[in-house]
Ligand binder design. Sequence first.
Ligand code: ADP
Ligand code: MG
Ligand code: MG
Length: 906
Amino acid sequence: MPKKRKFIYFFGNGKADGHGKMRELLGGKGAGLHEMTRIGIPVPPGFTITTEVCKHYYDHQRRYPTELLTQVINALGRIEKILGRRFGAAADPLLVSVRSGARESMPGMMDTVLNLGLNDRTVQGLIRRSDNARFAFDSYRRFIQMYADVVLGIKPKEKNATDPLEAILERKKKARGVRLDTELTVADLEELVVEYKAEIKTTLGKEFPEEPRDQLWGAIGAVFGSWNTDRAIAYRELYQIPNNWGTAVNVQAMVFGNLGDNCATGVAFTRNPASGDKEFYGEFLVNAQGEDVVAGIRTPKPIAELAQFLPKAAKQLQRVCNSIEKHFREMQDVEFTIEEGKLWMLQTRNGKRTGFAAIRIAVDMVGERIIDKREALLRIEPDQLNQLLRPIFDLNGKEQAHKAGRLLGKGLPAGPGAATGRIVFHAEDAVQWKQRGERVVLCRIETSPDDIRGMDAAEGILTARGGMTSHAALVARQMGKVCVAGCEVLHIDYEGRVLRVDQTELKEGDWISIDGSTGEVYEGEIQTFPSEVLQVLLARSLEPKKSRVYQQFAKLMKWADEVRTLGVRTNADQPDQAAIAKAFGSEGIGLCRTEHMFFQGDRIQAVREMILADDETGRRRALAKLLPMQKGDFKGLLEIMGSLPVTIRTLDPPLHEFLPKNDEEVVELAQVMSVPVAVLRDKVNVLHEFNPMLGHRGCRLGISYPEITEMQAQAIFEAACELRRDGRNPFPEIMIPLVGSRQELHEQRTIVERVARETQKAYGVKVRYLIGTMIELPRACMVADEIAAEAEFFSFGTNDLTQTCLGLSRDDAGKFLPTYVLHGVFPQDPFVSIDQAGVGALMRIAVAKGRKTRKNLEMGICGEHGGDPKSVAFCHDIGLNYVSCSPYRVAIAKLAAAQAALIKKI
Ligand code: ADP
Ligand code: MG
Ligand code: MG
């Protein structure tokens, strides 16, 4: 005979069949109830019907396993025995709640039904037991209302209509001339019960179930049924929760918080979920039941006041919460009810918290010896660190803006933090306004590389178009700027210098506020504060010991540094960015894009001259103008980074990016170069590329025009030699981009080596340096063993490698990528998190082949992925030496690297 299958797990009287680690089988709520019972916390007895039953239910045309019926009846019998009350008995009846509970709490699942088991007969027993007819009939009418709604599906016909039973209640109150439910008499409530049932019969054509067992099965069926409502399915799709998880059902004896003034119900956190402060935090209502606290019918009181009403229970609650937190070793979010002075716990789970609270709690718990450092590191979502670095909105100010209807719309939360400032529409204006001392928010339809300086000058960036990897979002992350991207309701009119949302029109100079953590855009000004961490590290306007937030951050970073093996470098093009990176503890620069320096000041003229020159002589003339500028830049970078490695990439983008965009600029340039306008115009046209991403760029430029590579190498080595001469120890790594074959790298390497030799000789010093390449073409991965013969390091350029591996261009992918992600073609945007199956496989090949040729080949990654925690973990796993990310993501990458090291050990 097959073993009897166990579908029900009982808890009560200090014993439980299940425990806290059984979320899969018992759901989150169930597992918590079992564990609390087990450790002696007062929990009303009950039982959990497992998620297996839910699976069975859907696998068998919505039928239950045959054993379930007897198991439910037996379990009910056990509750009856513990409490000395019988389900459905006329005298002193047992009442239960039926509660859904999936593994992860999930909106869209069935609401809880309370007071189940009441009917015209049992209500009399409840009156006798409580000696409180008002309570009994109020419970009864609430039960019918809840059951009608969640089990019988009697809901308002349209979205804005009132619930039919709620309407009856309202009519009753009106007829009696009262405002509150509590003002209705016993007779009124009794009438309500009759009227509710009549309405249900008219609507459904059948009676309200009087028999408690029918009520129970109805409610159980409704919980399982709610697993497959549209809302629940949509939610699972969005959060990638498998459909076959199923939900559990909890049936639990009722306790009453509404029996009188010695009763209460409430919710509490064992620590403050916003700040992480170690203080008891929560709300309660005296003489109330369940959902009243959240429903907002009555305003709940802060938990600190509970002691004034129920001192003994308040103390007990404090004690119980302490022991629950200690037991679960994690901040808990609990629900409780006090019945006639006695405390009952109804739920516990790990509390959700802000990034601030997450860090505070983890660090504090290490101090309290509740967890160790490793666990603290593992508990914080790396991305949560972002919150510590961003300016913050004053919460009151934001609430007021909301209330005043100043919310204009919502875009993508592309650069977390808060920014408030005056609207400008053009990058030059942003720069000028900033110079005048104004704070501005740069509002653009979308941004492009020439907006960089304006973006830098702005407090925040708002775009009407573009996704999370749009130019605006990418640059904002690198700069640590607040950014809301793709706020589609905005209509931006550059000519008119206005921005419209429906009827609202904002002009240049008007105030606007954007919240890059939520994507919200508000009209008007909202006060912000700079983050304390930045005040300490960068502005140095705050002493470390005066900022608790900073100290905790610093502690966490120290712990991360102790365990991680993966290095963390930064992508930085300018000395100021390098300084920020260093303040955050970056271990070098993993990518300096030399061309970003070309956009500064009037350098672009010299760049254009170089590009448009007729021959080598002309090019060299222009390059000679650029040389001192580049040298100065490199010297700045190398100087700031001390003896840490600085990876400098030679010219990479297609030349047309630097060309004049409008005719005026062509005319101006023609004058400077003293060539006819028409000739110049032709040249510009010739340089046009249809698919610049795969065009004349990367090392292809250096191979066509070796003098460019030569000038850049010279700038690098002159800078390095000057520093060396001054007793410094600079460490440049020269990186050749877009290499696909050994020969390409060989040619470029030869130039760099020659310049290095000559320059060192001229200065009479020796400089440490490496020559390597960016790996960003599939071919480079496949022939990595050959390329490694010429390279001392590889740096995976995963932005381009993703484009070339997937055959899609980032600039055009915005049109279909969101759909692809929605359909699950890609589990995630491959430009945000490395496509491990595809791009990742190429990387593995390159790592293996590269190291086969050169055992100590240094390997890193410098694509945007370097700051994505999942990608960082991947880089750790495949054995890279470092990741390089934007300066403001250094802390995130360090934490992610520490977690990867810890997880691998486990
Ligand atoms: P949710 O998942 O929406 O939090 P719950 O199942 O926790 O739903 O129920 C909501 C509230 O109903 C609980 O916080 C509690 O106040 C009340 N409740 C649930 N079961 C009982 C019970 N057995 N006795 C008293 N109140 C209960
Ligand atoms: Mg709950
Ligand atoms: Mg590239």
